[in-house]
Design a protein around this ligand. Structure first.
Ligand code: GDP
Length: 182
């Protein structure tokens, strides 16, 4: 089915257990579930009305046991806004987020018009920032070097809700919804 004009697909990607589901739950506190996507896919993908706009939110573990590359590729190709999540206490999840950013850029570059460049709005959450400093495996400076150049980067906590409002603002601001629906 064709995607309605005023619907935007938010693709939430990151290693398992970094807090993707927890962040999306926070995101949806002021939303209600509009409908289930009629699909047999085994990743989460649902449509929501949030503050008057319609969003489809895909949540994918990468590289999850069931994370078929084809599934991820389809989400990436159809995604409008990307929310990459890693956990500050999990170095592997940071590397995974960097690899995902590259994968997204490469996939979108193939879709871009010749001579044009793909615009790939991406928001990055360095999550679990509430953990004590001793638990940290990725410094704030390192995350900035990796992502701050071309992504919006936030230190977040789904536990304390720290900075999540800013994340949602950034996602909405990058949503590119047609102006008449703003
Ligand atoms: P997902 O697999 O990426 O969707 O991760 P979940 O949202 O299921 O979270 C994995 C685990 O991390 C759960 O036990 C959460 O309670 C915990 N968690 C998620 N976000 C945070 C956070 O910001 N801080 C802390 N301390 N724990 C978190």
């Amino acid at each position: 089915a064709a995607k309605p004009q005023n619907r935007r697909r938010i693709v939430v990607l990151g290693a398992p257990r970094v807090g993707k589901t927890a962040i999306v739950r926070r995101f949806l506190q002021d939303a209600f579930e509009e409908q289930y996507e009629p699909t047999a896919e085994d990743f989460h993908s649902k449509v929501y009305r949030i503050r008057g706009h319609t969003y489809q939110i895909d949540v994918l573990d990468a590289p999850g046991e069931r994370g078929f590359p084809a599934r991820r590729r389809l989400s990436i190709l159809t995604g409008d806004i990307f929310l990459l999540v890693f956990s500050v206490d999990d170095r592997g999840s940071f590397e995974e987020a960097r690899a995902l950013r590259e994968e997204i850029l490469a996939a979108k570059a193939k879709l871009a018009q010749p001579g044009g460049s793909a615009r790939v709005p991406t928001v990055v959450c360095a999550n679990k920032a509430d953990l004590e400093p001793g638990a940290r495996a990725v410094s704030r400076a390192e995350a900035c070097r990796a992502f701050a150049g071309d992504c919006a980067l936030f230190e977040t906590s789904a536990k304390t809700r720290a900075n999540l409002d800013d994340v949602f603002e950034a996602v909405a601001a990058r949503g590119g919804l047609p102006s008449e629906t703003r």
